[in-house]
Write a protein that binds this ligand. Structure first.
Ligand code: CUA
Length: 321
């Protein structure tokens, strides 16, 4: 599963506003750059007014040069006008970003943790609220209002294909409005240094068609799948009997910890460990066997398991689609 992370390929209206401002700024700066180079080469190419044999004409030292002054005044004026135009474009972009219509918006809460993303889907009915991690599904064409909070230190939400950055600050609630206009998978990245594994604090935004989004939401609201065979059931029992259940929630079981990501449907997610590894039974096993080698400093402790237990637990988690 490859995900796009590219400011220059906007997939939503907010990112389009930003990309347009970028294009306009580059165009103006390109004109200025070319003009300055042209002036430089003109000056370099002028016939020399002095050489070893001819002394320089210093007469202009005491004589006002009205032509030169006019050129300098014109250049300063043009620079000020250019900067004011860029300022105006920037303000206009800011206003456009702030006025995204929010009727019928999807409400999502994102909480930044060292070093993963908790994603909560709000609903007026408490039984319909659900939580996932490091993966946000949104419907194409519908506005999304994301509430941003931080659990520990400052993080920053950034999905370049959909919008600019917005910080998640402990004790404060920020919001960001976005809309995906093209279905696709877009990579997001924490954009504020937040500790050792800041670089491994990625996530994906999956922009689904409205039908696919509705299906996904229904599937996420459902409690975890029942164990399909004996090996998976053994893995579930190991998970519940070990410290795993104290840190993670699996809805529909007695596991109700809130320190780590909700694992109710972990097997259906594209990645584990905040974008570090594609989700497979093998990567789940590798992660559980030695989380501190794969992602040093993260809060997942090593829970000693026998090889059989490791195989069973990873099979159980992979089965939670
Ligand atoms: Cu979270 Cu950087």
């Amino acid at each position: 599963m490859t995900a796009l992370q590219d400011v220059l390929h906007p997939a939503g209206i907010q990112a389009s506003h930003i990309a347009s401002l970028w294009g306009f700024t580059v165009a103006i700066c390109a004109v200025v750059f070319v003009a300055i180079l042209a002036a430089l080469f003109y000056a370099l190419g002028r016939a020399p007014r002095a050489d070893a044999a001819t002394a320089p004409d210093m007469a202009s030292m005491d004589r006002p040069e009205s032509g030169t002054r006019r050129i300098v005044v014109a250049a300063v004026t043009l620079s000020i006008v250019g900067l004011l135009v860029l300022l105006g474009a920037s303000i206009a972009t800011d206003r456009a970003l702030a006025t995204l219509p929010l009727e019928n918006a999807v409400h999502i809460e994102m909480v930044g943790h060292q070093w993963w993303w908790e994603v909560n889907y709000d609903d007026p009915q408490p039984s319909r609220i659900f939580s996932t991690a490091n993966e946000m599904h949104i419907p194409v064409g519908r506005p999304v209002l994301v509430t941003l909070k931080a659990g520990d230190v400052i993080h920053s939400f950034w999905v370049p294909n959909l919008h600019g950055k917005k910080d998640l600050i402990p004790g404060r609630t920020n919001t960001i409005q976005l809309r995906a206009d093209k279905a696709g998978i877009y990579r997001g990245q924490c954009a504020e240094f937040c500790g050792l594994q800041h670089a491994h604090m990625g996530f994906v935004v999956i922009a689904d068609t409205p039908e696919d989004f509705a299906k996904w939401v229904d599937a996420q609201r459902a409690p975890a799948a029942q164990a399909s065979d004996e090996a998976v059931a053994a893995g579930r029992d190991t998970f519940m009997g070990k410290p795993c259940a104290g840190c993670h929630t699996i809805r529909g079981t007695q596991a109700a910890g809130t320190t780590g990501p909700d694992l109710t449907h972990v097997g259906g997610r594209a990645f584990i460990a905040a974008g570090l590894l594609a989700t497979t039974q093998g990567s789940l096993a590798a992660w559980i066997a030695d989380p501190q080698t794969l992602k040093p400093g993260n809060n997942m402790p090593l829970v000693p398991l026998t090889p059989d237990e490791l195989r069973a637990v990873s099979a159980y988690l992979a089965s939670l689609k």
